[in-house]
Ligand binder design. Structure first.
Ligand code: ADP
Ligand code: MG
Length: 560
């Protein structure tokens, strides 16, 4: 058999499009070809379970290899293979997706959605890095003849009989001059690690050396020898594909280590699992971070049927949750399409609010289940919760019930509890409840002490996000003002009745006040002489909260 032919007319337009625009990244070719090989393998397994293939499945490990001298990269599978007719149908008819037809045919079969391909264009991404591509395939069908297809990137192809004996497909890329960087072990290993690490079929890439036990020596001690074993680059059943009830804490922790080898253990995690109205699985982790400077966005990895797509999860994950870590896998997230399309996509919007809800529910559950443990974690969690409440109205509504405020004694209160605590003593003439807060426990210690003396409570608000959170609370909480503990508010609040010993006479106080005023000579400050003993801050110098915020804004160039 020898045949020449022309690939359907419209390919003349589509080739340059594929080459230039479809994929921004050349390395994607490997993801596409390996995904096809995985699809073909899943299909033969499916056919076997359906009783439509009665031959031996055998070892279905895929193999990726390269030859530096011949300048080739080969991807071979033991999947269902293709006959010459099928190659013409599925490969030549660009944009005719065989996967779509297969899913259509088996749409009632449970695992049909394990098929990755959907777009009918993936195969042609090979031409981004290859001058010529060869397909050598033997179909599973009884009496099928092996076929070989060659195409040099133009719209013409050649197809002929081949002597392939094993079921499956072998794709060979003759790498072009500009892409020779891919003919490198570490480069390929890196790409496979990135995109294929969690694919459901074992993938072999070369071999590696391993130490194995080799009997015992004369003294009865174990002997070890080095052997070359297959280098399998993937984990075929990552935890997000499993049921939460089959998993232990260790499994989640070790998966986290696998994703982020350098990271500290996460605080807790959320296993996502939904199949209606969209399909989504995944595990999101709350990382342990010491301060907001350690926060990194885009640590969540997005997969589609276990194929890595991107860690640019903007638009899919709510902005504030981009600080979380973990994986999300959804066949319903459109791939290879523009950002604006993604934003408008209704599934993406649903996914976004589902994740927000899940995270809020989990936090609420942790809070309700064990308040003490939640308080202990608050230092780490607080940052995410506050950030979430600042950036998403929906989350504020949920979060206000499990947000904690901590005072200088180390006690925690919910927003509601705190209001109850302070409203009796800390209400000013205008019936505004005044929350006092400290941003620096050491520097403001004198002010904290004198506020506590008057029975006022002082909150700790010492992280950079707190300055935003304070302003947000003022807009959200009715009749509430937040004032830093060194602001001149104390006198306006209801004072403690039982006086404290004033060691100075009225005249003396006045004189002291004048001395200070003269020395400072800045009307932004208020001087108060309380005549306490020297250890108890006899004189306090305060500034109006508003003035201070203005000054701080000017100093930091606004925004504070
Ligand atoms: P998609 O995967 O989106 O369908 P591709 O361009 O990647 O589009 O592949 C086109 C079709 O070619 C596939 O749907 C499949 O029918 C066939 N095909 C590609 N690679 C293989 C393979 N390794 N084994 C069997 N069939 C394959
Ligand atoms: Mg494909």
């Amino acid at each position: 058999m020898q045949e020449k032919g022309t690939i359907s007319i419209h390919t003349e337009n589509i080739f340059p499009i594929i080459k230039k625009f479809l994929y921004s990244d050349n390395e994607i070719f490997l993801r596409e070809l390996v995904s096809n090989a995985v699809d073909a393998t899943q299909k033969i397994k499916r056919l076997a379970t359906l009783g439509q293939y009665s031959g031996e499945l055998g070892d279905v490990t895929l193999e990726v290899s390269f030859d530096e001298k011949k300048k080739t990269i080969t991807i071979s599978d033991k999947g269902l293979g293709m006959t010459a007719e099928e190659i013409k149908k599925y490969i030549n008819q660009v944009a005719f997706s065989g996967a779509e037809e297969f899913v259509e045919k088996f749409k009632d079969a449970k695992d049909a959605n394990e098929i990755i391909g959907k777009f009918g264009l993936g195969f042609y991404s090979a031409f981004m890095v290859a001058d010529t591509v060869e397909i050598n395939s033997l179909s599973y069908q009884e009496g099928a003849e092996a076929a070989k297809w060659t195409c040099d990137g133009s719209t013409t192809f050649e197809i002929s009989a081949s002597d392939k004996k094993e079921r499956g497909t072998e794709i060979t890329l003759f790498i072009n001059k500009d892409s020779e960087e891919f003919l490198d072990k570490w480069k390929l290993q890196g790409i496979l690690d990135k995109y294929c690490k969690f694919l459901p079929v074992p993938i072999k890439f070369g071999t590696k050396t391993e130490s194995v036990e080799d009997g015992v020596d004369d003294k009865g001690e174990k002997k070890w020898t080095s052997v070359e074993v297959d280098n399998i680059i993937n984990t075929t059943a990552p935890i997000w594909t499993k049921s939460p009830s089959d998993l232990k804490d260790e499994d989640y922790l070790s998966f986290y280590k696998q994703l982020y080898p350098m990271g500290e253990d996460p605080l807790f995690w959320i296993h996502l699992n939904v199949d209606y109205p969209f399909n989504l699985t995944g595990v999101l982790y709350f990382p342990k971070v010491k301060n907001e400077f350690e926060l990194q966005k885009n640590k969540i990895k997005l997969f589609s049927r276990q194929v890595f797509i991107t860690d640019e999860v903007k638009d899919i994950v709510p902005e504030f949750l981009m600080l979380l870590h973990g994986v999300i896998d959804s066949p319903d997230i459109p791939l290879n399409v523009s950002r604006s399309f993604l934003q408008a996509d209704s599934n993406v919007k649903k996914i976004n609010s589902y994740i927000t809800k899940k995270v809020a529910d989990k936090l609420s559950e942790l809070y309700k289940k064990d308040r003490k443990a939640y308080e202990e974690k608050w230092n780490d969690i607080g940052l995410f919760v506050k950030y979430g409440m600042l950036s998403e109205e929906k989350f504020y509504e949920k979060g206000k019930d499990f947000t904690l405020l901590k005072n200088t004694n180390g006690d925690y209160f919910t927003l509601e509890e705190y209001r109850e605590k302070v409203k009796a003593t800390q209400t000013d003439k205008n019936e505004q409840v005044v929350y006092l807060y400290a941003t620096d426990l050491e520097k403001q210690d004198g002010f904290i002490q004198s506020a506590n003396k008057k029975d006022y409570d002082v909150l700790v608000m010492d992280s950079p996000i707190d300055s935003h959170f304070i302003q947000h609370m003022e807009t959200k909480l009715e009749k509430t003002q937040l004032k830093r503990v060194d602001a001149d508010v104390a006198e306006k609040l209801i004072q403690r009745e039982d006086g404290y010993a004033n060691l100075l006479t009225e005249d003396q106080s006045k004189t002291v006040k004048e001395i200070f005023e003269k020395a400072i000579s800045n009307t932004n400050y208020t001087i108060e002489v309380e005549g306490l003993s020297p250890e108890e801050s006899p004189v306090t110098i305060t500034m109006e909260e508003f003035m201070r915020r203005m000054k701080e804004m000017a100093a930091t160039g606004g925004g504070g």
